[in-house]
Design a protein around this ligand. Structure first.
Ligand code: GLN
Length: 454
């Protein structure tokens, strides 16, 4: 068997040859990964017990802090910013002997669904290099799909783990809000953001989630989460399909979905069809929430606290606004402006106040469906990966593609995507949703789907 060092050397060579084509990594941590592999080999010969992630190679989205390394968030604003500390998930991965191989590309500050808003580089879909990898964790999904890493970490505010997982044909999971510490994650919209894993198989997603999950006193939203996470199998759950999940879905994706439902039924699962009409309002509720929280999160990037003031300052206001004008991309600016507008005193009740109420209604509808039916099942994305450059001209069209992923974030519930069937070169993702902290149950059904796909 290869030593850890041999495997890492081989992998670094592969990445050197192929990453240029795929564009998964912003930075490759070759030296550190080799040093870690050496240390693991030494540990193995000395007979010490290896950690739970020993030998697993892990890529991390570049909005997750890794001490001393660039934390660009895909933006010119932070192009040379070095993370001053490790994110909680990085600490946990390293404590269990995971080898971090590099940081992956993303949409600027995680705003997008195809990774094309990154100011750093282009990422391509390893299944079809002319197509987008999905987003915003496109680099993470591509790194796994291309075989550069066993697992990757992403962040999911409205689908940014599940969308690229579905586009690149890998498994991805957004855990229950509060299961994984966000300490060290550059926030996009705090009430929605969650870090989670991507991998080739459900077993690996389970493994790394059991390492990174659990309460952390540095993130108060993890307070109600268990100290450590048990992801054992939980038996055969009942399942419901919401009619709205299939409205407007590409027929090749719908075809895969129907064949999955047929197979599950043959296997003895009881699947009922229901309707959750509130789902039709998920997109406006999600985007208004994101605009408001995002514009507030972006205030700290003023060149003084974060970002580098690279010009003479005659007037502070002009200097800051010029810098923000130069360093932020179009999508980020659009969201800051809209968010600032809807949270101004005059318009707060009309927009943001209503959004909060509507979010509560949607959340209740999801929770009550889940308490009655156990798990929800649908496609992850209603569309297949588009050609690079195709959707960016019309932001609304891109927003609409998030229709099936945003409800889980708005409700704070776990949702995972697992490939099933084939549509040309692609392997459409099927999404499983469960009630809060039923992550184990969600993963158990994902494992069943994976088995039925063979
Ligand atoms: N595509 C969604 C958006 O642009 C989701 C992004 C995310 O989950 N980070 O807001």
């Amino acid at each position: 068997m290869d030593t850890h060092t041999q495997r890492i050397s081989g992998l670094l060579e592969k990445i050197r040859m192929e990453n240029e084509k795929v564009g998964a990594f912003i930075e490759i941590y070759g030296e550190e990964a080799l040093a870690k592999a050496n240390a693991l080999d030494a540990k193995a010969t000395s007979g010490k017990k290896p950690g739970r992630l020993a030998g697993k190679i892990i890529a991390i989205k570049n909005n997750i802090a890794y001490r001393g390394k660039r934390l660009t968030c895909g933006s010119k604003m932070l192009a040379n910013y070095l993370a001053p500390y490790d994110a909680a998930v990085v600490e946990r991965v390293e404590a269990e002997d995971g080898i971090i191989i590099g940081s992956t590309n993303l949409d600027e500050f995680a705003c997008g669904s195809d990774t094309t808003s990154s100011a750093i580089m282009r990422t391509r879909n390893p299944l079809d290099l002319d197509c987008v990898p999905g987003g915003s964790s496109g680099g993470s999904a591509a790194s796994v799909a291309a075989g550069f890493a066993d697992m990757a970490l992403g962040s999911d505010t409205g689908g940014s783990i599940r969308c690229p997982a579905a586009f690149c044909g890998v498994v991805g999971m957004k855990p229950t809000y509060g299961l994984v510490s966000r300490y060290g994650l550059a926030d996009m919209a705090m009430s929605l953001d969650q870090i989670g894993p991507l991998a080739k198989c459900v077993a690996d997603v389970k493994l790394i989630l059991s390492v990174i999950g659990g309460s952390d006193e540095r993130d108060q939203t993890t307070a109600s989460s268990p100290k450590s996470v048990d992801l054992g199998f939980e038996g055969k759950p009942s399942i419901a399909v919401a009619r709205e999940f299939l409205e407007g879905a590409d027929e090749r994706i719908a075809g895969c979905f129907h064949s999955l439902v047929g197979k599950l039924k043959d296997d003895g699962y009881v699947i009922s069809e229901i309707s959750i009409p509130e789902l039709r309002h998920a997109i406006p509720i999600y985007y208004l929430t994101v605009f408001a929280e995002f514009s507030s999160a972006m205030q700290k990037y003023d060149g003084l606290r974060y970002g580098k003031m690279d010009r003479e300052l005659d007037s502070l206001v002009e200097g800051v606004s010029e810098l923000r004008g130069d360093k932020f991309g179009l999508e980020v600016k659009r969201r800051i402006l809209l968010g600032t507008f809807i949270t101004t005193k005059e318009y707060q009740d009309a927009w943001y106040g209503k959004t909060l109420k509507a979010r509560a209604v949607l959340k209740n509808a999801m929770e009550s469906a889940l308490s009655k039916h156990g798990l929800l099942l649908g496609p992850t994305m209603g569309v297949l990966p588009w050609k690079i450059g195709e959707k960016m001209t019309n932001p609304l069209e891109m927003y609409l593609t998030d229709m099936l992923t945003v409800p889980a974030n708005l409700a704070g519930i776990p949702a995972g995507s697992v490939p099933f069937g084939k549509a040309g070169r692609f392997r459409p993702g099927m999404q499983v949703l469960g009630s809060r902290f039923s992550d184990a149950k969600v993963l158990a059904l994902m494992e069943e789907i994976e088995r039925l796909d063979r």
